[in-house]
Design a protein around this ligand. Sequence first.
Ligand SMILES: [Zn+2]
Length: 56
Amino acid sequence: MKAFRCGDVVPGCTREFTGTDRQDILDQVAEHARSDHHVEVDLTLVQAVEQHLRDR
Ligand SMILES: [Zn+2]
């Protein structure tokens, strides 16, 4: 399993994600980013997420 904390990229956000793999996390983050942060996922965001992915 992979895990990602949004707060590692967006200070103050407490949302956490767990998923089966990188793509699963990215799908969840994309939806969260759109609805809660009003941003679209771009390459910079994808790279930021990948840097902070943890194994769980
Ligand atoms: Zn967030």
